[in-house]
Design a protein around this ligand. Structure first.
Ligand SMILES: [Zn+2]
Length: 81
């Protein structure tokens, strides 16, 4: 079984969201955009870092997150707001 979780660090350790997200993008909905969050894969009974391909998914999905600086920049430039 392969799934993904959102993790973040706090003063007293590392926390995971506890879900079993089927994809990187789903797990990113649980990310807290404070810079201390990251996605890990659970693969064959152990957590591991993302592969290069999964990391590309991460970067692509990052641009679509509502808290993305790219989207905020686009909103700021819109003349209709
Ligand atoms: Zn989650």
């Amino acid at each position: 079984m392969l799934y993904y979780v959102a993790c973040w660090t706090q003063n007293d350790g590392v926390y995971c969201c506890g879900h079993t997200h089927p994809g990187v993008r789903e797990a990113m909905n649980c990310l807290v955009p404070d810079g201390g969050s990251f996605i890990r894969a659970y693969d064959a009974g152990a957590f591991r870092s993302l592969t290069n391909r999964e990391f590309i998914d991460f970067l692509e999905a990052l641009q679509e997150m509502p808290w993305s600086w790219r989207i905020r920049l686009k909103d700021a430039k819109s003349p209709h707001r």
